[in-house]
Design a protein around this ligand. Structure first.
Ligand SMILES: NC(=O)c1ccc[n+]([C@@H]2O[C@H](COP(=O)([O-])OP(=O)(O)OC[C@H]3O[C@@H](n4cnc5c(N)ncnc54)[C@H](OP(=O)(O)O)[C@@H]3O)[C@@H](O)[C@H]2O)c1
Length: 215
């Protein structure tokens, strides 16, 4: 796949996995007219997901991010509101913003977050889970979902990819970026030898957008 003139290699590398993930996620769970919640909205997948959800006609996109800087970044990319979700009492602050609940949640964070997110899902709503190996579900969660006609939808990018659709979809993402219709958040760059430092920054939730290793 040739990177077109005018697109940085950093933007291209972000669009290859994080962009395709966001694109396929909104295709599989249409957002038009819906209230959508995007956790980790200042991250690589999250920042692209929130922009594609807006572009796809979501009625409202609510970003969740851990710091004021990350929430400001999400708002600057078009989120309609931004909530904090890292403190133990975050749900009590989020509920007034969320109101009656959101129709669609994209959970690429996983862990214990899923159970809390369900509290913010409206009856009939859908929780998409794509946090590889970290989604935790309990019988209490599925009982609650059943009683409210809610759906869980798994998301895995790799089985969706073919050489043909990768070419077509990357062309679409590259064009959207070149036209300024989506913004790629290029995060910190690390020399390849500092890969461990990059991992530590990710684990400490210090990164935004795409973390880039320069070989
Ligand atoms: N299913 C698939 O096919 C597929 C494809 C691509 C990626 N993914 C998954 O999507 C997720 C996002 O990938 P990404 O590359 O875009 O990463 P990322 O979102 O840029 O980075 C992770 C972000 O997650 C948030 N986070 C919440 N709890 C965390 C914790 N305990 N430790 C570290 N970070 C935490 C942090 O944002 P805050 O500080 O705002 O909380 C952090 O910045 C990853 O889990 C990845 O495995 C899945």
């Amino acid at each position: 796949m040739a990177v077109p003139d005018g697109l940085s290699l950093e933007a291209a590398v972000s669009l290859i996995i994080q962009g395709l993930t966001a694109l396929h996620a909104v295709r599989r769970s249409p957002v038009a007219g819906k209230r959508v919640l995007v956790p980790a909205a200042a991250g690589g997948v999250g920042s692209l997901l929130l922009q594609l959800a807006k572009a796809g006609g979501a009625a409202e996109v609510i970003a969740a991010a851990s710091t004021p800087e990350k929430r400001a970044l999400a708002l600057s990319m078009g989120a309609d509101a931004a909530i904090e979700y890292a403190q133990p009492d975050w749900l009590s602050h989020a509920r007034p913003v969320i109101g009656d609940g959101v129709d669609l949640i994209f959970d690429f964070v996983g862990g214990e977050l899923g159970a809390s997110l369900l509290d913010l899902l409206s009856p009939g709503g859908e929780l998409v889970f794509g946090a590889m190996g970290r989604f935790q579900i309990t019988p209490e969660m599925t009982d609650k979902m059943m009683s409210q006609n809610q759906s869980l939808k798994g998301f895995a990018l790799l089985p969706l990819l073919t050489p043909e659709n990768v070419r077509a979809d990357l062309t679409e993402l590259f064009d959207l970026s070149l036209q300024g219709r989506i913004k790629v958040v290029e995060g910190r760059r690390y020399p390849f030898e500092a890969a461990a430092e990059a991992h530590r920054a990710m684990e400490a939730r210090q990164t935004t957008g795409k973390v880039i290793l320069i070989p």
